[in-house]
Design a binder for this molecule. Structure first.
Ligand code: NDP
Length: 486
């Protein structure tokens, strides 16, 4: 059987890389290639940027309603191809088919629909100076935008960047992760079917270096939106800063889950299981540090460990599976190293910590890890400070709300927090003191696309989502009109 080829989209055509090179894409549940992706080089990026530049004048001048219609057609095509895309996302990334089918692929379509609606309904700003003058703000698209996305939620995060960039009238060169290129390539094909003008959306596959690096360095790409690791974000900043590019960085996290003394555990437990282990813990918003009021420690830990032991790890395509495969052998090894480190640091592995024993035969070469709960580690240790990005959760105790907030804030990151309490006053007070882009109270992963999204500290720079995205992808000019002579 011939394996599918995932090609670049450049100037409205699906193309091989200029050098004709390919890279195998691996199904991490089987440990075998399932396709091959174009292995692009600097020349492919330059071609894509050229075609995006050429398309910019017309696309940026088109009425918002025209652009919105293109985005909506693409959203419809994503929905029509939902099963195919979900299956491919699962095979490429290791996530459960259920996660792709029920959450990620529908949300990729929603990204396009949301920003189509947003640009049709946005209103402008006017600042009156009485009889003297009035100011109004023109917001124009910035030009060619580079959209660089990671491997954990491939199509969902790719479209989260592409949709607002296109809706506001920019043209795009997108670079998906080389590890999970499949659905981005199908998106390219669907954009042709949706009737996007040539060059408006370009997608270039290949490694961070040279493809991502060239996109960041390219003098004709004035805007970069990046989601990925904090160290990559730092490297991108170092290049883009002196070139005065506009930069949005959505980076790593080490997110706290705070369980107060009055938390309703019956309500909280299913959500905390999700926040800990959804997508094998490979979601930037997953809670990896659970902080529990000491009066509830034993009750919580007993329930949490028992529920974690009940999770089924296995074939991601099996509808009964809760935890699929880690994205790659390399990432599995990195997460396993953190579990070893946790042991060295004196942590107690309450459950998990190794390779599951009951995998189906066809998955025996896959990259699987048991969901792991670690107890007894201090705040300052590396396990509690560094992003692990896997199904690994550390549980710590606290005595007072002040201590809980100090621990929540006591890491280099500040992306997301979830807080469980029935005391409304306490909830609001603590939320206002936690240094985090999102604080969820009695919930997790409830997302409204109108809200600002991004991180504090090493979790990122800038905000996207809703109006923040509309502003990020446009450049403002204040026009000041005198109303009186002289
Ligand atoms: P990486 O930073 O390794 O890669 C992200 C993207 O950047 C990939 O497309 C990668 O290409 C590319 N890239 C790598 N090097 C460069 C470079 N020098 N210049 C330009 N682009 C480059 O992140 P991962 O893919 O490993 O994703 C996991 C990380 O993403 C975690 O830290 C996670 O927390 C974070 N993340 C943050 C989110 C947020 O919203 N804050 C959401 C989701 C994930 P390639 O893969 O080909 O190397």
């Amino acid at each position: 059987m011939t394996m599918p080829s995932y090609r670049n989209l450049i100037n409205g055509e699906m193309r091989d890389a200029l050098d004709g090179h390919w890279r195998d894409t691996i199904n991490p549940a089987l440990g075998q290639p399932h396709g091959r992706a174009a292995e692009s080089s600097v020349g492919d990026v330059d071609l894509a940027v050229r075609s995006a530049l050429d398309a910019f004048t017309e696309w940026s001048a088109a009425p918002a309603a025209y652009r919105a219609a293109c985005l909506r057609r693409l959203a419809d095509l994503i929905d029509e191809n939902g099963e195919r895309l979900s299956r491919l996302e699962s095979i490429d990334q290791g996530k459960t088919l259920r996660q792709a089918l029920e959450i990620e692929i529908p949300r990729a379509a929603s990204n396009f629909r949301f920003f189509a609606g947003a640009v049709e309904h946005v209103s402008g700003e006017m600042h009156s100076m009485g009889n003297a003058a009035l100011n109004y703000t023109l917001r124009r698209p910035r030009g060619v935008v580079g959209c660089i996305s990671p491997w954990n939620l491939p199509l969902y995060l790719f479209t989260w960047k592409i949709a607002p960039a296109l809706a506001t009238g920019n043209t795009v060169v997108g670079k998906p992760s080389e590890i999970t290129p499949a659905t981005a390539s199908i998106l390219g094909e669907l954009s042709i079917e949706a009737g996007f003008p040539r060059g408006v959306l370009n997608i270039v596959h290949g490694c961070g270096d040279p493809v991502g690096r060239r996109l960041v360095e390219h003098p004709d790409v004035g805007t970069i939106t990046f989601t990925g690791g904090t160290s990559t974000g730092a490297a991108i900043s170092a290049t883009a800063g002196p070139m005065f590019k506009r930069l949005s960085l959505e980076l790593g996290g080490k997110n706290p889950v705070i369980i107060c003394e009055d938390a309703d555990l019956d309500r909280a437990m299913p959500q905390i299981m999700r926040s800990s282990f959804s997508n094998q813990g490979e979601i930037c918003l997953c809670g990896s540090r659970i902080l529990v009021h000491r009066s509830r420690m034993k009750e919580f830990t007993d329930r949490f460990v028992e529920m974690t032991r009940g999770l089924k790890v296995g074939d991601p395509l099996d509808p009964e599976t809760d935890i699929g495969a880690m994205v790659s052998k390399e990432h599995l090894e990195s997460v396993a190293n953190y579990i070893r480190l946790a042991r060295e640091e004196g942590g107690v592995i309450a459950c998990g910590g190794g390779r599951p024993t009951h995998l189906p035969e066809h998955c025996r070469d896959g990259s699987f890890l048991e969901p792991t709960v670690i107890l007894g580690l201090p705040q300052e240790c590396r396990t509690n400070q560094e992003e692990i990005f896997g199904p690994v959760v550390s549980v710590q105790g606290f005595d007072t709300n002040v201590e809980a907030v100090e621990r929540a804030n006591g890491v280099p990151y500040g992306l997301a927090c979830s807080l469980w309490t029935n005391d409304l006053t306490r909830a609001h007070r603590m939320a206002s003191r936690i240094d985090s882009g999102i604080v969820w109270i009695n919930c997790w992963m409830v997302r409204d696309l109108r809200t600002p999204f991004g991180g504090w500290k090493h979790s990122g720079v800038g905000r996207e989502g809703g109006e923040e995205a509309l502003k990020f992808f446009t450049e403002a000019t204040n026009v000041c009109v005198a109303l009186e002579d002289g």
